[in-house]
Design a protein around this ligand. Structure first.
Ligand SMILES: Cc1ncc(COP(=O)(O)O)c(C=O)c1O
Length: 407
């Protein structure tokens, strides 16, 4: 679908936006579990797909549908399917495209529960998964088997924000008739649109920037009409991870301010990443586009800005890393991201505790790695808070330390 307006405008005046009978500026919430039929004939026709209209909220709801239209318009997809959580979107996109005996190639570094879904759940249903370093195109090609059906990745990666060349990876998938699924949670459709690069499916944890206010868990899948019809008509219908109307309404409300929020998140995150790069207590800073190692070459084409997350490795062992985090006042210790509040978390013991030590090593998630979600507070106040936390550290080199101990 070619966008009608620039994306800032499309957040508010998206293609397919529906009016309502009373002309309310803000659409009402259809807080209902079921929909009534005028007679039995109409009900039967609706079930047979011969009559347009809603049946039951697990199968579809006008408030949820509005958000789906809004997201399809933003990602540039034919349609979208809303899910109860981001993991609902990850699992629906995978399960709808896989069956026993088939194979997935996945990035070795992904969100912790995506990793356990791929590493523990899918094999229980006879689906084989190979984890690869997505920056190594040779390794990806070598992992392709006759039964490979899906390539799954995030870029930037949760937690250390590594950026991959999406177009190159998607092209490898296309050459082998493999479906590519990209988790676009960290950059949102305002900063990166993988479907325009040829990806088949984009998923989001709408819990994060799309909603932006830390009060909803939700997910969304954006793809072709055929994919969305299949995902809704099989996995969402029968496994049941559909979105609640009130959650959809809150996310639609959040989306209206996405562009102003992202602008602030990005500006502050870049300022903080640059400041951290100069600090003697910091061993490494990860911020998409910050330097060559952080995917600078892809800035301006694949992604228009680096987003609101910064990851750091401290010159510190696990105990000193804990002391730093505990000293902060403005950064709240919590998982999740993309909210007004700045959040801080320790991937090795929190979001990525689902990884074995070996898998964590392969994915590069060390004990001294910290992920910061830069909120909407003044950047200087956040820098002052970090400075205070870092001051207590003795800045000793981590060379020679085993940074993969914390289970
Ligand atoms: C990149 C990414 N994808 C998916 C998810 C899962 O989303 P949810 O927590 O909404 O289920 C998360 C959660 O943190 C995430 O960071």
């Amino acid at each position: 679908m070619k966008p009608l307006y620039q994306r800032d405008t499309a957040l508010i005046h998206y293609q397919g936006k529906q009016g309502n009978e009373h002309g309310a500026l803000v659409a009402p919430i259809y807080q209902t579990s079921t929909f009534t039929f005028e007679n039995l004939e109409q009900g039967s026709k609706r079930f047979a797909g011969e009559d347009e209209g809603y049946i039951y909220t697990r199968l579809g709801n006008p408030t949820v549908r509005e958000l789906e239209r809004q997201m399809a318009s933003l990602e540039g997809s034919e349609d979208a399917a809303a899910t109860a959580t981001g993991m609902g979107a990850v699992s629906a996109s995978l399960l709808a495209n896989l069956k026993a005996g088939e194979h997935v190639i996945a990035s070795s570094a992904v969100y912790g529960c995506t990793f356990s879904l791929l590493n523990e759940q899918l094999p229980r249903y006879g689906i084989d998964v190979t984890f690869v370093d997505m920056s190594d195109f040779k390794e990806i090609k070598q992992a392709v088997k006759a039964n490979t059906k899906v390539i799954f990745l995030e870029s930037p990666v949760n937690p250390h924000l590594q950026v991959f060349d999406l177009e190159k990876i998607i092209n490898i998938a296309r050459e082998h008739h493999i479906i590519s699924i990209v988790d676009n949670t960290f950059l949102t459709p305002l900063l990166q649109r993988p479907l325009e690069l040829g990806a088949d499916i984009v998923i989001h944890s709408a819990t994060k920037y799309l909603n932006g206010h830390g009060d909803v868990v939700a997910g969304i899948v954006c793809a072709s009409q055929e994919q969305i019809d299949n995902i809704k008509g099989t996995i969402i219908k029968d496994f049941g991870a559909s979105m609640a109307p009130f959650d959809a309404w809150l996310i639609s409300r959040g989306l209206k301010t996405l562009s102003v929020r992202m602008e602030r998140h990005c500006q502050s995150a870049l300022t903080i990443a640059q400041w951290l790069s100069e600090h003697p207590a910091i061993a490494k800073v990860y911020y998409p586009g910050l330097n060559e190692e952080c995917g600078k070459a892809l800035l301006g084409n694949q992604m228009s800005a680096g987003g609101g997350l910064v990851a750091i490795e401290l010159h510190a062992d696990f105990e000193q890393t804990q002391a730093f985090v505990n000293k902060l006042k403005l950064f709240t210790i919590a998982v999740s991201l993309g909210d007004a509040e700045s959040l801080i978390q320790h991937p090795a013991s929190m979001t990525h505790a689902t990884y074995s030590l070996e898998a964590r090593h392969k994915a590069g998630i060390a004990d001294n790695l910290i992920r910061l979600s830069i909120g909407l507070e003044a950047a200087q106040d956040l820098i002052n808070d970090l400075d205070h936390g870092l001051n207590g550290l003795n800045n000793q080199s981590v060379a020679g330390l085993d940074l993969y101990q914390q289970a």
